[in-house]
Design a protein around this ligand. Structure first.
Ligand SMILES: Cc1cc2nc3c(=O)[nH]c(=O)nc-3n(C[C@H](O)[C@H](O)[C@H](O)COP(=O)(O)OP(=O)(O)OC[C@H]3O[C@@H](n4cnc5c(N)ncnc54)[C@H](O)[C@@H]3O)c2cc1C
Length: 399
């Protein structure tokens, strides 16, 4: 084992799951979180398990084809990880894998679904193209405007309020020290170790040295990387979510759209959860680093999000929205995650971005392999912080 002592920065899903897998592999791990666990994107997201290439990724069709194929292969690995996760964690996490539909409303969108299906099938992801007749038999609640869909039987959702805590519980059993309410203020390389300056209300200023650092600080990860002398092109995106009153339970699929921003699903109790990448208002840049900043609801964008849901599922118009909330997620210019070490900073690993709820457990498992064995069982090269083309102009966003 190359690493015996690790400091993980960030108590969201990525950090906590990485701490768990590192400890499982024999490392001694301390995790530091500036607030409470799961207060960032990991506890505020839609909980969707998107194994189909999402709308925002398909925008890179033609320019990132090799990367999209690799991401589809990662989906296949992630599906297997999710299927064993509840057993591995030994506690309920609200996991449902009843399948997902990515719907289309035009011939052009159907053609895109066909091209997407070809990429996914080539990597072993199970997907089936449904015409209007087959779709209505499966999802009679959809509006007449929806003409077909791509069905992936493995998609689903999981409860974001449970998953990170389940990993934390198991990580602590393996000896991980979890320190909350503690900010990593600075990082320096001293000899063969990293040295972190920490600050908490309880202990004041203190420090911690470690062989390796895992930067799992979500939207703050660019800031943490800068302290290690690395330029990570991370940009924060505020997103909105809504939950409605209950309807009789009619849908058990995760619904996404291939050409519009939408994710829609129904809880076992009947509430609809509506999201899909509609933007919330972020505070000014200089306030984004405050640990407790919040993105604000954008009423105009919210209305568009709800209208999109009603246009594809007319029943949604019959229920009122009970609650809306926002969260901020970290994206990269090419929409792919950043996972791995930077050549210029030995022992400094980052794990951030890219559908991090769906892929978080897999990013964490593969990253821990890379850290512990110097190599992961599935190549993380396309997600390297040093990859060419990462520092290109920002493009379309979503989640
Ligand atoms: C509204 C919304 C909906 C989403 N829906 C989905 C979805 O349906 N499916 C999906 O796959 N993904 C979804 N995502 C994305 C997903 O939630 C994120 O990719 C994922 O949760 C990122 O996890 P993380 O652990 O990397 O980051 P976070 O959960 O944000 O955790 C980072 C942690 O680092 C801590 N930290 C930062 N700086 C410091 C410091 N200096 N010292 C100590 N601690 C620090 C923060 O306090 C935070 O707790 C959504 C995101 C949002 C906002």
């Amino acid at each position: 084992m190359a690493c015996s002592d690790a400091l993980v920065i960030g108590g969201g899903l990525t950090g906590v799951a990485t701490a768990f897998y590192l400890a499982k592999g024999g490392a001694s791990v301390t995790l530091v979180e500036q607030e409470q666990l799961n207060r960032g994107a990991s506890g505020r997201n839609a909980g969707s398990l998107h194994f189909q290439l999402e709308y925002r990724l398909m925008e890179h069709e033609g320019t990132l084809d090799k990367e999209l194929a690799h991401y589809a292969a990662l989906a296949q690995i992630s599906i297997a990880d999710w299927k064993s996760l509840e057993v591995e964690l030994g506690q309920p996490i609200g996991l449902v894998m009843h399948g997902g539909l990515m719907i289309a409303e035009s011939a052009e969108q159907m053609a895109k679904l066909e091209r997407k299906a070809a990429i996914e099938r080539a990597q072993g992801v199970s997907v089936e193209l449904l015409d209007r007749g087959a779709l209505v038999a499966l999802a009679p609640y959809l509006s007449d405007a929806v003409i077909g869909a791509l069905h992936c039987p493995d998609e689903g959702h999981c409860n974001p309020r449970l998953l990170t805590h389940a990993f934390a519980h198991e990580a602590e059993k393996l000896g991980v020290t979890i320190v909350t309410g503690t900010v990593v203020d600075d990082l320096q390389r001293k000899g063969s170790q990293w040295h972190a300056d920490l600050r908490s209300a309880e202990r004041g200023n203190w420090s911690k040295s470690a062989d390796i650092v895992v930067n799992a600080a979500g939207t703050w990860s660019g800031h943490i990387a800068a302290k290690a002398g690395i330029d990570l092109p991370i940009y924060p995106v505020g997103l909105m979510m809504s939950v409605t009153e209950k309807l009789p339970v009619v849908m058990n699929h995760l619904l996404q759209h291939v050409g519009r921003k939408l994710s829609l699903k129904q809880t076992d109790d009947g509430n609809l959860l509506i999201g899909g990448g509609w933007l919330a208002r972020l505070p000014a840049r200089d306030q984004l680093l405050a640990k407790n900043y919040r993105a604000d609801i954008d009423m105009v964008e919210l209305a568009k999000n709800l209208r999109t849901a009603e246009e594809v599922m007319p029943l949604a118009a019959q229920v009122a929205v009970l609650r809306c909330w926002t969260g901020t997620t970290a994206l990269t210019p090419d929409q792919l995650p950043i996972i791995g070490a930077s050549k210029s900073a030995p022992g400094f690993f980052s794990a951030v971005g890219g559908s991090g709820f769906t892929y978080g457990p897999t990013y964490a498992r593969l990253l821990s392999e890379l850290i512990l064995n110097g190599k992961s069982s599935f190549s993380l090269d396309p997600y390297s912080p040093d990859r060419p083309g990462l520092h290109v102009a920002q493009q379309g966003v979503g989640a």
